[in-house]
Design a protein around this ligand. Structure first.
Ligand code: MN
Length: 363
């Protein structure tokens, strides 16, 4: 077996000797032989392929630990891992892209002052369902805030109540400027997470936590904060759009192409969350985004007690059929219970409508 010096191997692999030494230290590409006296590293030609793979994966931005895992796989599995990694990068980038667009719009002073004032008409309701012994969901709707939280674990009910309670002040506050609304929400979620963690600590054993999905009205925009597998939807121009991404294990498997939507519905781990408030003392990093609202929009936030048993097509149909938010909420909850009501179910619906107040302050 021909051994190449690190210099020769560096030339052949187009990697620097410095990079090769680093990959050795990180256990990504150990040399074929290290001279016990001089410490010089030697490589074989057969190691070229791996050296190139490591270099490409570094260029892709893949973390070192993950590169090590990919290098240990056969080609087909390595390809699947890379695809999965990239799907995750793209999902995270999409959230950041929205945030960047929002900040650009704010900083370039996009025109304010519409000629019509908009406001929300809203309703909310929560139901135990037919199976669970207690209701661990909390839902809220007010003139600025819609929120749903789905608690789990022994302290699930107080956890979801605490999470929503930590956002309630936003409903009473003055209309927040669109520019500061994300800071406000992020702060509020931090407070909610602390409150839930305190509860989880006081509880006797068993992990407790809660999801939280909320929309905050700024007068022309809706800021969205989301963590867990509760959802927000928008009904616009007769079409239903889901505007949140579940932080669940099965959703990440779907994103990575390892599971189809159909397989996910019966997956044994479909209730497992990747992120929630309060669990494991981990920092709870919510998705935050701001959406432009339009006259005629209808928003729904709901717990998984609805979406697990009522397909999107039926949600769309029911939302479109009931002009009154209260009636819409009731019919959605009725549909979940008609499908067996296996879980607590909570819905809040808000319509964006022209304000009844005179639009005096518009200039
Ligand atoms: Mn639930």
């Amino acid at each position: 077996m021909e051994l190449l010096t690190i210099g020769a191997f560096a030339k052949a692999s187009r990697l620097s000797p410095k990079a090769l030494r680093l990959y050795d230290e990180l256990d990504l590409l150990p040399p074929a032989r290290v001279d016990p006296d001089t410490g010089y590293r030697y490589y074989t030609l057969a190691q070229l392929e791996r050296a190139r793979l490591v270099a490409w994966l570094r260029r892709l931005g893949m973390p070192l630990a993950r590169i090590r895992a990919v290098c240990a796989l056969d080609a087909a599995d390595a390809a699947r891992e890379i695809r999965a990694y990239w799907a995750r990068v793209e999902a995270e980038t999409a959230v950041r892209r929205d945030l960047a667009a929002f900040l650009v719009a704010e900083l370039t002073g996009e025109p304010r002052g519409r000629h019509t004032m908009l406001e929300l008409r809203y309703a909310a309701r929560s139901d135990r369902g037919h199976v669970r012994p207690a209701n661990q969901d909390t839902v809220y709707a007010g003139r600025r805030l819609l929120a749903v939280a789905d608690g789990c674990g022994p302290a699930g009910a107080p956890a979801s109540r605490a999470a929503v309670a930590a956002l309630r002040f936003l409903d009473e506050a003055e209309e927040p400027a669109a520019g500061s609304v994300l800071n406000l929400l992020e702060e509020a979620v931090r407070g909610a997470n602390e409150a839930v963690q305190d509860l989880a600590r006081d509880g006797d054993g068993g992990e407790s936590g809660t999801t939280l999905t909320a929309l905050l009205w700024t007068g022309s925009k809706l800021a969205l904060v989301h963590i867990g597998d509760s959802r927000a939807y928008l009904l616009r121009d007769g079409g239903l759009f889901r505007i949140t991404h579940d932080h669940s294990v099965v959703q990440s498997l779907i994103d990575e192409g390892r599971l189809t939507q159909e397989e996910a519905e019966s997956h044994p781990q479909r209730a497992l969350l990747l992120k929630a408030l309060g669990t494991s003392g981990a920092p709870a990093v919510p998705d935050l985004r701001v959406r432009e609202a339009r006259d005629g929009d209808r928003y729904l936030v709901c717990s998984d007690g609805l979406t697990r048993v009522v397909p999107d097509a039926l949600i769309e149909e029911l939302l479109a059929a009931e002009p009154d938010p209260e009636a819409a909420v009731r019919s959605l909850i009725g549909a979940a219970n008609a499908a067996g009501g296996p879980d607590n179910v909570s819905c809040a619906v808000a319509d964006v409508v022209e304000s009844a107040r005179p639009a005096a302050a518009v200039g």
